[in-house]
Design a protein around this ligand. Structure first.
Ligand code: ATP
Ligand code: NAG
Ligand code: NAG
Ligand code: NAG
Length: 382
């Protein structure tokens, strides 16, 4: 009995895992990542430090066109939420377009490239295209082992609910989705859009996920964050963000498990789902609430020497987690998938520019597309 029973059970499980297109919905700031190996003169011209992460100021505006003219560049679809969508889609593999992504871009060449790149990642990107601001960009200027990131949100800041989300042809993708994810960064762009999606999720007992995203979001956008919180079913954050959030909320504890519990018990609209709080802590275990309890789950161990770059590990973790959540997997599986995806991202040999094969660019999006070619995530994962 056992011998015949077991494979059948497995088969049923596989069939259950079949997942619909557009089941996962993300909305955020689409950025075209532009990776290039530059020289010191270029860094100096724009007063860039070799190792840094900044927002573009007026003096940097000309830099994006110049880097493309002067150097050989690699383009990738980027931005935190879009990255998480790409990772989720990469983990799921088939069918394509399980992940939908909304955001705002410009009607320009960079916008066209972004559309192409999202397509290559099999993400169903449906951008609001406007002609006032240019497509958002993030330049990764590489010198040696150093990388200077300069982000210019531009069009990403211009997302408008009435111009895009409200339109029937777009809203139908919200209706189609089962799991939603919006990083906290988007609170600075379109609060109305977030609330509309969050309320839809709550009213239809679907899952709405959010990310604390950065200490400044927990501090300067505290009120917006608290307005959305009652709709949040899954809240992500790293330890630094959790600590800032706790301080701002007056939780009076620095213990991360206690912070998770207190965050979990903040007011909630949809009482059919208890909130899940997930805090990553780099190489330390990931804290997750389960019901009224809280547990810490160890990450995949990795030798220090194998870590190329931990940047983007958080986005990858979220993508992995969502890839299982959207398949109704148990939370332990979601965490496991998150750790797996983060582990691939931090150890993967970064972008290698064709002419310089031993040159490692440390660029998240490229790592993902590389990994796409090099390994079958599901085989390794399960
Ligand atoms: N040193 C490390 N060793 C093992 N795993 C790591 C390490 N750093 C990161 N990770 C993996 O990445 C996940 C997320 O890491 P972390 O908490 O540092 O995110 P983060 O600070 O938001 O990263 P980033 O902001 O750079 O994207 C961890 O849960 C873990 O799985
Ligand atoms: C990388 O940056 C460090 C300082 O941040 C500097 O000492 C080092 O020379 C840089 N390497 C290259 C190859 O530019
Ligand atoms: C957590 O993320 C923030 C950015 O939001 C980053 O500055 C910080 O270094 C991260 N913390 C850790 C411990 O990795
Ligand atoms: C989102 O959450 C992850 C995981 O908890 C965290 O590491 C990361 O810093 C957050 N990132 C963004 C960009 O929202």
């Amino acid at each position: 009995m056992m011998a015949t029973g077991e494979p059948r059970a497995k088969k049923i499980k596989l069939e259950e895992k079949k997942i619909g297109q557009n089941a996962l919905f993300g909305m955020g700031n689409p950025l075209l990542d532009i990776c290039a190996v530059v020289d010191k003169d270029f860094l100096d011209k724009y007063a860039l430090k070799p190792n840094d992460q900044i927002l573009a100021e007026d003096k940097h505006k000309a830099m994006f066109e110049e880097v493309v003219k002067k150097f050989k560049v690699e383009y990738h679809a980027g931005g935190a939420t879009q990255n998480s969508m790409k990772v989720a889609q990469w983990m799921i593999q088939k069918p394509p377009k399980v992940a939908t992504f909304f955001g705002c871009i410009g009607k320009d060449r960079f916008g066209e490239i972004l559309k192409e790149k999202a397509k290559e990642a099999h993400v169903d990107a449906r951008y609001y295209e406007q002609s006032v601001e240019p497509t958002g960009t993030c330049a990764a200027c590489i010198t040696g082992d150093n990388r200077s990131l300069v982000a210019n949100l531009a069009a990403a800041n211009c997302y408008k609910k009435e111009k895009h989300l409200d339109l029937e042809e777009n809203w139908k993708f919200v209706e189609k989705a089962k799991v939603f994810y919006i990083a906290g960064f988007f609170l600075t762009v379109s609060m109305e859009s977030i609330l509309k999606v969050a309320k839809h999720a709550s009213e239809n007992n679907k899952i709405f996920g959010m990310n604390l995203s950065a200490p400044f979001i927990c501090k300067d956008f505290k009120d917006s964050l608290l307005k959305v919180m009652p709709y949040v079913d899954v809240l992500f954050g790293n330890e630094t963000e959790a600590a800032t959030f706790a301080r701002e909320q007056g939780f009076e504890t620095e213990d991360i498990e206690e912070i998770a519990k207190k965050t979990q018990s903040l007011p909630k609209v949809n009482k059919k789902r208890q909130r899940i709080v997930v805090f990553t802590q780099g190489k330390e275990g990931t804290v997750m609430t389960k019901g009224d309890k809280v547990e810490t789950f160890p990450v995949l161990q990795i030798e220090e020497s194998k870590i190329v770059d931990t940047n983007g590990a958080g986005d990858a973790f979220v993508g992995g987690f969502l890839s299982e959540l959207v398949q109704d997997s148990p939370l332990e599986e979601c965490i496991r998938a998150g750790h797996y995806a983060a582990n691939v991202i931090i150890r993967h040999v970064g972008c290698t520019i064709a002419e310089k094969p031993d040159f490692q660019l440390l660029c998240l999006s490229f790592k993902i597309s590389q990994a796409h070619i090099m390994m079958e995530p599901c085989k390794h994962f399960t």
